[in-house]
Design a binder for this molecule. Structure first.
Ligand SMILES: [Mg+2]
Ligand SMILES: [Zn+2]
Length: 180
């Protein structure tokens, strides 16, 4: 059985990114991990529409030893237990390690699709940076960018650009009802 899913970037989409000088960073302590307003309701609406939900997140601070893996685990477990996310895929590598999972590469999406039976062509990727959009595009998904105007962002060829996670959810549900 194959299913459709929404792949979601984590920081800046589900939880607040720590923004310094216009650049987003991942929270490094569990106490800094705050859900975005509307994250819980938006995820519930996606589930109700029959879509799987998979979080795909780059966390190079693990390789840099700037975050305790236990804190990261607690954050990600919270997404599964409280928000009913189906799976959380983490790339814990630095950019110079050249792995296949670090976005903009699509490795995390491809792995999750193989494990969970997800039809990538009928699925979505939502993120707040160019690398999220590129990963989704490379995996064959419909891509949505939440535009936050980060200082270190780059142009991306998203299928849709929105301002908030709630708008991304509206767009997906509307598209599912009318075109899917
Ligand atoms: Mg992000
Ligand atoms: Zn990786």
């Amino acid at each position: 059985m194959t299913c459709k899913a929404v792949f979601l970037d984590r920081d800046g989409v589900i939880n607040r990114a720590i923004v310094v000088d216009g650049r987003p960073y991942a929270p490094r302590k569990f106490s800094e991990f705050r859900l975005m307003p509307g994250a819980r309701a938006g995820l519930a609406r996606l589930r109700k529409a029959g879509l799987g939900v998979v979080v795909v997140t780059n966390q190079p601070d693990v390789a840099r030893k700037l975050i305790d893996p236990e804190d990261l685990d607690r954050m990600n477990r919270r997404l599964i237990t409280e928000l009913a996310v189906d799976a959380v895929k983490v790339c814990a590598h630095r950019q110079d390690e050249g792995c296949n999972c670090r976005k903009p590469r699509p490795g995390m999406l491809l792995d999750a699709a193989a494990e969970l039976g997800i039809d990538l062509q009928r699925s979505y990727m939502v993120g707040d940076r160019w690398s999220d959009v590129e990963a989704g595009h490379a995996a064959g998904c419909y891509t949505l960018k939440i535009e936050r105007g980060y200082a270190n962002d780059r142009p991306a060829r998203a299928d849709a650009v929105v301002r908030t996670f709630a708008q991304a959810v509206n767009h997906i549900i509307h598209r599912e009802r009318n075109y899917a």
